[in-house]
Design a protein around this ligand. Structure first.
Ligand code: BTN
Length: 224
């Protein structure tokens, strides 16, 4: 069956984001690499690479108005949870958590009227740092990484085919481990996360009343 994207697979790249950004023309493009030597994470961080990892970027021109793109990071996180199977939760806005540790993440970058959505997942990492998790104790091999990337891209494109208001908020809240928890954020925020708004903002009950955290503006959310 034809895929709804074209696929480029590499052994090693700087960042799959760079290649997807440079190669995108009009139709969805999925770039997957076995290794990145300059992978990037959210808020300007670099992205550490597990020994076996999914490193994938999907370039796409969403039909949604740009004002609604605030939900894209959350939609991409939902599609990742779908592609990875049971036991994975989301930390708002889009960290993938396994047993309380970070399994992966999503990076959304835009360029004009298109976006490049990156997915990083640790599949096998024998000497992972304390804060990180990996999906498997054994190397699942490169084909598994590509298969997860393809399932994620197919699911994400399917979700992008819905109306922007139907982005999956209820489903997201059900998979979001942050909602219901006490959280802190920089520089001095604190409260209980009580929900997710239609635009993807996290709603937090604080001593000043209900506050909305917008993903792009918040540098660091912690479960307290
Ligand atoms: C985060 O900080 O949690 C987001 C991490 C996103 C990493 C992925 S790996 C594939 C794609 N290419 C990159 O350089 N970054 C994203």
């Amino acid at each position: 069956m034809a895929t709804p994207y074209s696929l480029q697979v590499y052994e090693e790249v700087t960042s799959t984001q760079d290649l997807a950004l440079a190669s995108f023309t009009a139709d969805p493009l999925l770039v997957v690499a076995a290794r990145q030597n300059a992978g990037r994470g959210r808020v300007g961080r670099s992205w550490m690479h597990a020994q076996r990892a999914v490193a994938a970027s999907l370039a796409v021109r969403p039909s949604w108005p740009a004002a609604t793109w605030t939900t894209l990071p959350l939609v991409a996180g939902l599609a990742a949870v779908d592609a990875l199977g049971a036991g994975i939760g989301l930390k708002w806005p889009n960290d993938l958590l396994l047993a309380g540790r970070k399994l992966g993440g999503i990076l959304v970058e835009s360029s004009g009227d298109f976006v490049v959505v990156g997915l990083g997942v640790n599949l096998w990492w024998p000497e992972a740092p304390e804060v990180a998790a990996a999906l498997s104790n054994d190397d699942p091999g490169p084909d598994r990484a590509i298969a997860i990337a393809e399932n994620w891209a197919t699911g994400l494109l399917s979700r992008l085919g819905s109306e922007p208001g139907d982005w999956g908020r209820v489903e997201y809240v059900a998979r979001c481990l942050t909602v219901g928890e006490e959280i802190t954020w920089l520089p001095d925020g604190q409260g209980i996360a009580v929900g997710v708004d239609a635009d993807g903002a996290l709603i937090v009950d604080t001593e000043r009343g209900l506050e909305r955290l917008v993903a792009g503006e918040i540098s660091h959310v912690r479960l307290a």
